[in-house]
Design a protein around this ligand. Structure first.
Ligand SMILES: [Ca+2]
Ligand SMILES: [Ca+2]
Ligand SMILES: [Ca+2]
Ligand SMILES: [Ca+2]
Length: 476
């Protein structure tokens, strides 16, 4: 697309929008009145009626002046194109412009007094043909090489186009800012006016590019010329808040495995949001899971339908190893004396551990402290892990009544545990060793005593012999 077609497309869109809005009597394209169209700071009008009904040049001029305007003067190709588009939009094939040479033949001038700085004469025009042609029309159907102006007889009735100064005022501005902020910087093209001439003083309530708070703010421009003629332009700036930020999820769990345990729990994720989390959903709550991999998903949604998702997986691995029972009691033998009441039988409860997770005592037949009847009774403890692998502890309580014993005592409980047998054996050996040691000591003491006694007798015999010799010597 070349520059000229792009330009004409843009112009067409502007005309269409402004026309449409003017039909709705909404002045958003400037300060032009309804049925007038703003362009580059000026307001334009095309007479109503069919394409062939209209007024003479001078009647058309008076009609424009009655609306505070003049027949249209054209000063650029862009403005000329704009008039073409306006004519097509309103269904006009030909209109009077404000150009004429009624004052002096061949000296064309605009009725609004602006300089003749642009022309678009059709080839061979102006020709002042017939009885003289002093007023200029432009036709949308007779454009040759982009040119369509023609001098014509001023008394011919044609539709006409009027033009007057206007003020280009920005449309109302609506913008948004993220929830939680206090305002936003807004900028706009500053309004212009062609309604006033000469040095114009501009006063504005707000500068473009400044911050505007949330809500509606009115912006007012006031233009004033040297004669204190005043034109105003106002528009509104509406700032609304939006929430485009998804909730922020905290502590989303990592994927994890659970071996054996099908009852799984975790710290559930949470989320925060500037406008609050209004909805939370989860695919699975903590609880029982199948032995497989399960994807778990939490979704948090805010009031503006922004959502955030936390995903993780739980892999349940099957446990086929049963618990291991520790300290399963050996069989217990109880000797019950005839005629006595049976006494409670005591044992230490067994326990169990598992390769994974917890172990539960799921069943048992007896408790320590119970009495048992004569004969053999089997005691059973049953343990299970989270995968329902079961381990069983069994032992017997054997009660035997001794009818040969008197009533000197009560029932006697002993166990056939190998540990107890070993302990008795060791005690017997120790007693035997101690007895041998004591016997040896006694033998040693007896030997020492015998020797000591023999030596005393020898000494006494020697003394008696010596005394007898001494007595004999004295008698001589
Ligand atoms: Ca002429
Ligand atoms: Ca002519
Ligand atoms: Ca949000
Ligand atoms: Ca297990």
């Amino acid at each position: 697309m070349d520059a000229s077609s792009s330009k004409s497309d843009l112009m067409a869109r502007i005309i269409y929008v402004c026309f449409f809005l003017s039909v709705l009597q909404i002045q958003v394209c400037g300060s032009c009145e309804p049925n007038w169209v703003v362009n580059d700071g000026y307001c334009y009008f095309i007479s109503t009626g069919s394409s062939r009904t209209g007024l003479s040049f001078h009647a058309a001029q008076r009609a424009c002046q009655s609306m505070g305007a003049e027949l249209t003067s054209i000063h650029s190709e862009a403005e000329n194109d704009f008039i073409y588009q306006l004519m097509e939009t309103r269904g006009k094939r030909i209109v009077w412009t404000g150009l004429h040479d009624t004052s002096r033949e061949g000296s064309f001038e605009w009725t609004d007094g602006t300089p003749l700085d642009y022309s678009n004469w059709k080839s061979g025009e102006p020709n002042d043909s017939g009885f003289g042609e002093d007023c200029v029309d432009m036709s949308s159907y007779a454009v040759v090489n982009g040119q369509s102006w023609n001098d014509n007889n001023c008394s011919v009735s044609y539709p006409y186009t009027c033009k007057r100064g206007g003020t280009v005022c920005p449309e109302d501005i609506e913008t948004v800012t993220e929830f939680g902020t206090t305002g936003v910087v807004v900028t706009w093209n500053e309004p212009q006016t062609t309604e006033l001439s000469g040095p114009i003083q501009t006063m504005r309530s707000h500068e473009p590019g400044t911050g505007f708070p949330i809500g509606v703010t009115s912006v007012l421009y006031t233009f004033m010329d040297a004669s204190n003629n005043e034109v105003t332009c106002s528009f509104s700036i509406t700032v609304e808040t939006v929430d485009t930020t998804q909730p922020n999820i905290t502590r989303c769990p990592e994927s994890f495995e659970s071996v054996g345990g099908r009852h799984v729990t975790w710290n559930e994720p949470m989320a925060v949001d500037v406008s609050g989390v209004t909805h939370q959903s989860r695919s699975h709550p903590p609880g029982m899971f199948l032995i497989t991999t399960t994807d778990v998903e939490y979704t948090f949604t805010d009031s503006s339908n922004n959502s955030a998702t936390c995903r993780f997986s739980i892999n349940i691995i099957e446990d086929t190893v049963p618990p291991v029972i520790e300290k399963c009691p050996s069989d217990i033998h109880v000797l019950h004396e005839f005629g006595q009441s049976p006494l409670p039988v005591q044992w230490t409860k067994p326990s169990a551990s598992d390769n994974y997770g917890r172990v539960m005592l799921v069943d048992f037949t007896h408790t320590p402290g119970q009495t048992f009847p004569d004969g053999s009774t089997q005691v059973i403890y049953m343990f299970a892990d989270d995968s329902y692998n079961v381990a069983t502890c069994k032992f017997s309580v054997v009660v035997k009544t001794d009818k040969s014993q008197g009533s000197s005592g009560s029932s006697q409980q002993f166990t056939a545990q190998r540990g107890n047998e070993d302990r008795g054996f060791r005690i017997a050996i120790a007693a035997l060793v101690l007895g041998v040691f004591v016997a040896l000591c006694l033998i040693v003491l007896i030997v020492i005593y015998i020797r000591q006694n023999r030596r005393s007798n020898d000494m006494r015999l020697n003394l008696l012999t010596k005394n007898a010799q001494d007595d004999g010597d004295i008698g001589l």
